[in-house]
Design a protein around this ligand. Sequence first.
Ligand code: GLA
Length: 328
Amino acid sequence: MPTAIAPGRVNLIGDHTDYQAGWCLPMAINRHIRLTFHARDDTEVPDDPSHILRTVIQVLAYRGAVRGFDAEIVSDLPIGAGLSSSAALEVAATMAAASANGLHLTPLEVALVAQETEHVATGVPCGLMDQLACVFGRVDHALLLDCRSNAVTPVRLPDNARVTVVHSGMARTLAASAYAQRRAACETAAARLGLAALRDATIEQVEDDPMARHVVSENQRVLDFVAAMGAGDLRNCGALMDRSHASLRDDFLVSTPELDALVEIARAHGAFGARLTGAGFGGCIVALSPDDLTPGVEADYRAATGLEATIIPVRASDGARIEHEGVS
Ligand code: GLA
């Protein structure tokens, strides 16, 4: 039976920019959801399918999909940690549903169907970063995403750059409602300026509006980060990550004391820089360092907060695909 394999993602820099037509720099990671599927002959919707799987079929219905599929799902991607397990499930299910129905979708269409599924199934008005990263991932590369044109440009990671994810041990409980509020605040700020999106604002236009200031300054940090990486200047990359975290914490108000403690500890253990990654409100940080971070980070975090952190070393990986039995 075929298996749809979809990776999670970590975002190196550029958070809360995608839904304002901005820039971000995620990479797909070597943790995956594997969905082995078998097309059904009937058109029945089972009583208790996973919400996301059922929604994928609904979203694809206008393209002619009617057959569902039986699926077995295994995952080594932590669920609900902020590493886009839901985007990975949506992408895997979209590819499986398209395949079961003989539909051809371009990679961008797969990402868009997956995003629409997230909107319908969870009510979270997410941008397209997670789904694009999951679909377009490239081994050894981060992906520069232009969230206006949806252009994806792979950017090679320097050989001496280690990317480590550390989970804070805090669930992302407020994420859904607070995410929607942040997005609405950005839309209000753009409308006040008469702009289609904050992508078009200058830093001078938003200097008195901390939320909008985060988005505008974060876009510039993404572009500066890509330039610094191209020059092999990992110290500057780290400094940009630190400034990104400060902006997410002080201007955009999506950090937590635990995430703040964890980025400090990662830096104290030799990271060039560290920041919360994804929506915030708990979940993970990402650190860039010369070597993998060591368990000393977990010990110091336990001493500071009483919580258990989990180090997840990651490698940039290829995007989602379907594998057929006997073919690797
Ligand atoms: C979540 C959303 C993304 C993006 C990030 C913040 O991961 O799904 O679209 O907005 O938050 O950068």
